[in-house]
Design a binder for this molecule. Structure first.
Ligand code: UDP
Length: 251
C-alpha cells in the first residue's frame, strides 16, 4: 500500500520536476520498494531539460519517469521564476548518502552499476564502512552497450536488489533504465550520474561553500573544461525560462 502522496510536478520547459525534500523522496522510494513494480527515478538538472528539448525520446523518458528530482540549482531558480518554487535540491551525489542511511535502516538491498573500472566497488566499500548494516547486493562497472545486457541482467537477477543505482551519465543511463527496467525487475532504478565518482573520491565535488553559493556548475566547468559545449546549455536554459516566464505574465 502506498502511503506517501507524490505532489504534482512543476513543469519546467515541458519537463516535470517533483517538489520533494530528501525525506519525502526516501518515503516515496520506500513505497516503491514495497510495491515492487519497476519504477524509474531521474536526477535532473538544466542540461537534462535542454537535452530533452532536442531529443524527444529523452523527453518522453523524463515525462514517464515515476519521479524526477531537482538535482541542479538551476531548476530551483526556474521553478521560482515560473511561480511554483521547489523546496530544495535533491541531488544524486548527496542523495546516495541519504538513501544508504535509510536503506541500512530498512534493509533495502542496493546494486551499484556503472562508472569506470573499480569505481562502483570502491563506492560500495566506502558506503558499507559508513553504514555498517547496508546491504550491497552487487556491483558492476559495465556499460550501456547491448552486448553487456545479458551479463548485467543475469547479475541483477541473481542479486535481487531492491534499488539499482545506474551511473552511466545522462541521458544514457535514463534511456537505458527506461528500456530495461521491466526485464530487470528491480523495484527502483535511479540514474545517479557522477555520484560514484564523488563518493569514491576519483572526482572531487565542489567545495561546500561553492555549492552554498549555487556555483557548483562553475566548479564543473573549471574542473572539467571539456564540458564547456554541454554547459552552453546553462545560459540557453536561463534565456528560455525568462522568455517563458515573461510570456506567461503577459497572457
Ligand atoms: N559512464 C559509464 N559508462 C559510460 C558513460 C559514462 O560508466 O558509457 C560513467 C562515468 O564514468 C561517470 C558517469 O558515468 O562515472 C557520468 O558522470 P557525469 O558526472 O558526467 O554524469 P552526468 O553529468 O552526465 O549525469
Amino acid at each position: 500500500m502506498s502511503n506517501t502522496i507524490i505532489p504534482e510536478p512543476v513543469m519546467i520547459l515541458g519537463v516535470p520536476v517533483h517538489p520533494l525534500t530528501y525525506d519525502q523522496f526516501l518515503d516515496v522510494a520506500g513505497d516503491f520498494v514495497r510495491e515492487a513494480q519497476p519504477r524509474q527515478i531521474c536526477t535532473a538538472n538544466p542540461e537534462f531539460v535542454m537535452t530533452a528539448r532536442r531529443t524527444p525520446q529523452f523527453l518522453e523518458v523524463l515525462q514517464k519517469a515515476d519521479l524526477v528530482l531537482p538535482d541542479g540549482v538551476g531548476l530551483l531558480w526556474a521553478a521560482e521564476r515560473l511561480g511554483r518554487p521547489l523546496p530544495q535540491r535533491v541531488t544524486g551525489s548527496d542523495g546516495i548518502y541519504h538513501l544508504c542511511e535509510r536503506a541500512a535502516r530498512e534493509g533495502w538491498r542496493l546494486f551499484l552499476l556503472g562508472a569506470g573500472p573499480g569505481i562502483a566497488d570502491a563506492t560500495a566499500t566506502i558506503l558499507s564502512g559508513r553504514y555498517p548494516r547496508l546491504q550491497i547486493a552487487g556491483t558492476y562497472a559495465g556499460s550501456p552497450a547491448e552486448d553487456e545486457l545479458d551479463m548485467i541482467t543475469k547479475l541483477i537477477h541473481r542479486a535481487r536488489p531492491d534499488i539499482l543505482l545506474v551511473a552511466y551519465g545522462a541521458p544514457k543511463q535514463d534511456l537505458w533504465i527506461n528500456r530495461h527496467k521491466v526485464a530487470l525487475g528491480v523495484p527502483v532504478s535511479i540514474g545517479v550520474g557522477g555520484a560514484f565518482d564523488h563518493v569514491s573520491g576519483v572526482r572531487r565535488r565542489a567545495p561546500t561553500w561553492l555549492i552554498r553559493l549555487n556555483l557548483e556548475w562553475l566548479w564543473r566547468l573549471l574542473t572539467q573544461p571539456w564540458r564547456w559545449r554541454r554547459q552552453l546549455d546553462l545560459p540557453r536554459f536561463v534565456w528560455t525560462v525568462l522568455r517563458e516566464a515573461e510570456g506567461s505574465k503577459s497572457e
